[in-house]
Structure formats: structure tokens, C-alpha cells
Design a protein around this ligand. Sequence first.
Ligand SMILES: Nc1ncnc2c1ncn2[C@@H]1O[C@H](COP(=O)(O)OP(=O)(O)OP(=O)(O)O)[C@@H](O)[C@H]1O
Ligand SMILES: [Mg+2]
Length: 326
Amino acid sequence: MSGETILYVDDVRAGYSIGRRFIDAVSGVTLKLFYGEIFGLAGESGCGKSTLLRIIYGYIEPPLRRVKGSIILRSKTEEFRLHELSMDELKGRVWWRYITWIPQGAMNVLNPTIRVRDHFIEMFRLHSNIDKREAHKITVEYLEALGLSREVVDAYPTQLSGGMRQRVVIALALLFNPILVLADEPTSALDVVTQRVLLEQLLKLQEKFNFTLVLVSHDMDVHGVLTNRIGIMYAGKIVEVGPTGKVFAEPLHPYTKALIAALPRLGDRITRKGLSGSPPDLSNPPPGCRFHPRCPYAMDVCRREEPPIVDIEKNRVVSCWLYVKR
Ligand SMILES: Nc1ncnc2c1ncn2[C@@H]1O[C@H](COP(=O)(O)OP(=O)(O)OP(=O)(O)O)[C@@H](O)[C@H]1O
Ligand SMILES: [Mg+2]
């Protein structure tokens, strides 16, 4: 099935309504995800990565709202028009079994007064009808695949380290073989060594079960090592999408170029300079291309008009006036 589309995100706009202000955090995002791929989402803090994931999952509570756009999930046998389903419908039909979400800071979502075992028992009770013994067996299998010993089931979350809690959350998220996993900075709160081990374990599980993984990280190294394709977000927009190797070797969008140029290289004696300036206020973004105030290549048109999405080659798009043939 690889190469076939599992998720269609079409012209989605969403943001936060705070008083009279609207924070335009996801602004006209169009994206396709393929079966079994690892898709990375990168971009500076506040560019809308978490909001986009939340909107795809459908966990939408005020002040967040979706203004327009469609999100369609296609399994091998069924199609879900996610944007038309209420949270109750999503909970009953789609979440955990088809699509699952590991929110940012997920290790803190476990209930501290409930043993790890009971988190799993509750999940099985809600979403399956297998007996307790079978449930225990599956629980231990998942925990062990993530490097946890079986004794962890008896612990309370507060007795576990951050890395262990994060593993428990990941195990819970994968329990019912979802076809799409949305992982928002799944390792960023952890120390470097734990991060690497956990990412490797997650990768192994992805290979085994072949779910589509969306991996949000602001760490470009993580993307370079793990992801098949990458989408670069800037100020609520996806400005470039392509196979990760190609984007790293030949970034197209000036923002992507700056991100890649800022990466340290082997043998560097100096620290590389990042982008100057800061991202715009999303409740009052600049006209035209949102990146133009920081862009070394900005032209007149960039200040006036939003750039279109330009197809460069198969699976490679960029949203920038430099690539519009005129
Ligand atoms: N609950 C909220 N209420 C109001 N504004 C919010 C809320 N959550 C996020 N925002 C704003 O929406 C924009 C996008 O935020 P989001 O959390 O999606 O960014 P992000 O790319 O995930 O950042 P980070 O890398 O720091 O996690 C930011 O301007 C942020 O301040
Ligand atoms: Mg975030």
C-alpha cells in the first residue's frame, strides 16, 4: 500500500479566538500523507505544529476552532471525513483504533493516582472485549517493546521517570494498532541519551506495525535521521514539503535554507548563525508572504501577495514567489 494516500488535509484554516483577536495558527494548510511513511513536521516554536496535529486529530475545544477545510482519513476499507465528525463520534469510531495522538508533554497526562496497569485495563475495557489475561499479556508486550520491564505495570506514574512515563503513553497510543500516529515532540522533554533510545524503539514499532507516523520536532537532526518526508512550517503555513534527503541536500524555500544552514557541521569551529528577526504575531501577520520581513530574497510581489503552492517535482512543493515562472 505504500505510496497510497492515507490522509488528505485540504485548505485547512484554524486558530484561537481570544476576545476580538484571532490567532491564525494554521492558515490554509494542504497536505497528503502516505501509508507507512514517517512524515516530519518542523519549524520554529509557535509556528503552529501542535495546532495542526490537534486539528487533524479533531480534539478541538475553545478557544481553538477550525474555520474551514477538510480532513479525510482513508483506511484500507473505510473513509472518515474527520472534519464532519463531532468529538463524541471521533471518540467512538476513530480515535485509538485508526488515529492516535501523543500530545506535546504527554508524559504528564497519566493520572497520578492510577497504577499503570489500570490505565491499560481501562483502555481495553473501553475499546475492546478481550479478557483480562490477554489484556495483561498485550500490555506487557508493548511495554517491553519500549524497553520497560513488566514490573512497571504495578507502579504509579509518579514513581516513574519522565522517559518511562513517556513510554507508557506511547504504548497506550499504539495498543489498538492505529494506522496513523500523530506524535508531538515525543522525546523533547527527555535527556539526549533517553531521546535517542526512545526514538529508536518508536522506529522499530513503526517498522513492525507499519503505521503512518507524523513526527513533530523542532530538532532538524531528528528529522534528518528518522523521517522519510518533511514539511516545513512557518507562521501557520507549510512552506515546503519534500523527501527529507532532498530537502536537506537542496532546500528550496529561503526559510528552509536558513534552517539547514544553521545546522552545525562536522569540523565547525564557529557556531553557525541562525535567522535574524523573529516570527510574526499570528494575530496580525504581515501581508503577502509571511516570511518576507526576514527573507533575504524578498521582492515586491512578496510584500503584496501570498505565494502560490508550486509543484517542483513529484512530492516536492514549495510556497515561494522565487519558483513561480513569470
Ligand atoms: N490555547 C491557546 N490559546 C491561544 N493561543 C494559542 C494556544 N495554543 C497555541 N496558541 C498560539 O498559536 C500559535 C501556534 O502555537 P502551536 O502551539 O501550535 O505552535 P508549535 O509550533 O507547536 O510551537 P512549539 O514548537 O513551541 O511547540 C502560537 O502563536 C501560540 O501562541
Ligand atoms: Mg508544539
